[in-house]
Design a protein around this ligand. Structure first.
Ligand SMILES: Nc1ncnc2c1ncn2[C@@H]1O[C@H](COP(=O)(O)OP(=O)(O)OP(=O)(O)O)[C@@H](O)[C@H]1O
Ligand SMILES: CC(=O)N[C@H]1[C@@H]2OC[C@@H](O2)[C@@H](O)[C@@H]1O[C@H](C)C(=O)O
Length: 402
């Protein structure tokens, strides 16, 4: 039996789809990836998504239409994924989809709306109708309703699977936004997790602007590696109040907007393209370094593992190693979890918990008042749900449906 996890993150680059072996997970809590693919959104689709992530270009009709369009897009691509990998659909128990975050306001809204809110779109009923499978989605709202920030959710996954017995570890995601989970040695201290600031969000857009749309991102950090980092500018950027806010805290594209980037580019007006890209790359690194120094027990921190697309940028990785000369810095893959698939794997596991009614978030990380079972389920056909119940019945001797 298999479960599918789908992640569409803040970099708006595409869908990460993974299929994991549920029997192995159910019996031994082992994660085995059966198949994985990345579906590129392409430039035009990315632009359309980006449009609805910004106040001045989003409209109610565009958001509503994109919610349906993206649900259909995800459903069709999952069907193609299943066919491409020759998997019998009867063996798939569920699909768990994060959706596309288009707005995230974790602190409290404005005027009348003094309440935290977040919205992930890509309607799960469309995915379920197209695939004939139960689909779990809309995870973050349950954590927010319980008083949490609705993020970082992968802190739960990091805590369950990646804690070490002897040393303190930081698991750093560098996607569109950066986030960290600090894991103290097992049995000592508490997990600390928050968004560190920009991951690739500013960098990607700067590359697009400065190469006149010829490149979407700095592949392997090749542009940045030819430039010189201007640390004096970074010092100015680090004065932004987000970096000194108390925990819990999370952020998103709402802070790192086009206007924010234009201000950064203006400040670097006469620098070469390479220097500007190098400086933005180092900005991501410095937000990580400074926030670790502010919020993590540095004497206990011995290992940093990087996941997300940023781990494929050699220049970024090199700058991180230089920023933490006395700490081991490597890719997450080194400890057995493929860094680019971690979030999609995580959502497959979250979906499994939702189906079983097991809490799947870490209140200490998100700030929620209590543990909750996140996720809502759409199922257009009851049979796959019953298959899931049989999996549990057969392998664990437990039944969840009477
Ligand atoms: N080969 C590469 N070299 C350099 N950077 C890369 C490479 N491949 C991907 N990236 C960067 O990683 C980004 C995508 O990362 P990822 O898929 O982890 O983000 P995400 O999941 O969308 O974001 P988030 O984790 O914030 O939700 C790309 O936009 C690009 O900037
Ligand atoms: C609201 C939202 O989508 N937040 C994302 C974003 O991308 C990275 C960072 O900001 C993180 O806090 C979160 O995603 C990951 C998957 C998380 O919740 O762990």
């Amino acid at each position: 039996m298999y479960g599918i996890g789908v992640m569409s993150g803040t970099s708006l680059d595409g869908l990460d789809i993974v299929m994991i072996d549920l029997k192995l997970y159910d019996e031994k809590k082992e994660i085995h990836i059966v198949a994985s693919d990345m579906v590129d959104y392409g430039i035009y689709f990315k632009r359309k998504l980006s449009e609805i992530c910004h106040e001045n270009t989003a409209t109610i009709s565009k958001i509503t239409m994109m919610n349906a369009y993206l649900g259909k897009f995800i459903g069709e691509h999952i069907n193609a994924f299943i066919n491409r990998h020759n998997v019998d659909k009867n063996l798939i128990s569920f699909i768990s989809s994060h959706g596309q975050t288009i707005f995230h306001e974790p602190v409290g809204g404005t005027e009348f709306y003094e309440i935290p809110s977040t919205l992930q779109i890509g309607d799960i009923s469309y995915i379920s109708e197209l695939t004939g499978l139960p689909v779990i989605g809309d995870f973050r709202t349950a954590d927010m309703a319980a008083g949490g920030q609705g993020a970082p959710l992968l802190s739960y996954f990091d805590f369950v699977f990646l804690q070490d017995e002897r040393v303190g570890r930081a698991i750093q995601n560098i996607g569109g936004i950066g986030n960290v989970t600090y894991l103290p040695p097992s049995g000592s201290g508490e997990v600390i997790s928050f968004d560190t600031g920009p991951g690739n969000v500013l960098l990607d857009r700067a590359v697009q602007i400065l190469t006149d749309g010829q490149k979407n991102f700095d592949d392997d950090g090749l542009i940045a590696s030819k430039g010189e980092v201007r640390y004096e500018i970074i010092e100015k950027w680090l004065k932004h109040p987000y970096y000194s806010m108390p925990l819990p805290k999370t952020t998103g594209r709402e802070l790192y907007t086009e206007d924010y980037l234009n201000d950064c580019l203006k400040l670097m007006g006469n620098y070469s393209v390479e220097d500007r890209i190098a400086t933005l790359t180092a900005y991501t690194v410095q937000t990580i370094k400074r926030s670790y120094e502010s919020y993590l027990p540095m004497d206990e921190l011995k290992e940093i593992y990087i996941n997300g697309g940023g781990s494929l940028n050699s220049c970024l990785m090199q700058l991180l190693k230089e920023a933490f000369p006395h700490i081991k810095v490597s890719r997450l893959d080194e400890i057995g979890v493929p860094g680019v698939w971690k979030e999609a794997i995580g959502f497959a596991i979250f979906g499994y918990n939702t189906m079983l009614g097991i809490p799947n978030q870490l209140p200490i990380a998100t700030g929620a008042k209590r543990e909750v079972v996140m996720g809502k389920v759409a199922f257009s056909d009851g049979n796959p749900w019953k298959r899931f119940e049989r999996l549990r019945g057969e392998y664990s001797g437990e039944s969840i449906i009477n």
